[in-house]
Design a protein around this ligand. Structure first.
Ligand code: RP5
Length: 164
């Protein structure tokens, strides 16, 4: 899945069963009109595909990579080992409520960084927003869009009504 020949962001997940969790990340890139590519690949089941995807991401023009995986969640770490692009990891909820995914994503050895987000769909949404903030460092127009997004979000909070 992709919305462009020239994606700026690569989103991958270890299994199609991760889609419901990762979909909010895709929604954010659609909302901000950012070209992305989105694929299923597994650090354990398709290691050669992960190696190829991550080692060629830079030459494809990709600027940030997001990897979601659950359980023995090594995907983000393996991606980070094959690229110098920023890699954001999303731990997927699992049989251990995602604690296994969180720990196996976050506990990287010094030298190979993965920016790990929260467990589950909030983590996926924030991975996309963090990727957008990274890309906005050199794109003033994109930074304006983030300000507008935050203002809209705050308006919604202030308009909330309680059933009392
Ligand atoms: C991981 O194993 C995937 O990221 C997924 O979260 C988990 C279970 O995968 P399936 O058995 O549902 O394909 O690699």
């Amino acid at each position: 899945m992709s919305n462009s020949d020239k994606p700026l962001v690569g989103i991958i997940m270890g299994s199609s069963s991760d889609w419901d969790t990762m979909n909010p990340a895709v929604d954010m890139f659609k909302e901000f009109d950012i070209p992305f590519e989105c694929r299923v690949m597994s650090a354990h089941r398709t290691p050669a595909v992960v190696t190829e995807f991550s080692s060629t991401a830079e030459e494809r023009g990709v600027e940030v990579l997001i990897a979601g995986a659950g359980g023995a969640a090594h995907l983000a770490g393996v991606v980070a080992a094959h690229t110098v692009l920023p890699v954001l990891g999303v731990p997927i909820e699992s049989k251990l409520n995602g604690l296994d995914s969180l720990l196996s994503t976050v506990q990287m050895p010094g030298g190979i960084p993965v920016g790990t987000l929260a467990i589950g769909s909030a983590g996926a949404k924030n991975a996309a927003l963090l990727a957008i903030r990274i890309m906005a460092c050199s794109r003033p127009e994109l930074r304006k869009k983030i300000h507008a997004f935050n203002a809209k979000q705050a308006e919604k909070v202030m308009a909330a009504e309680l059933p009392v």
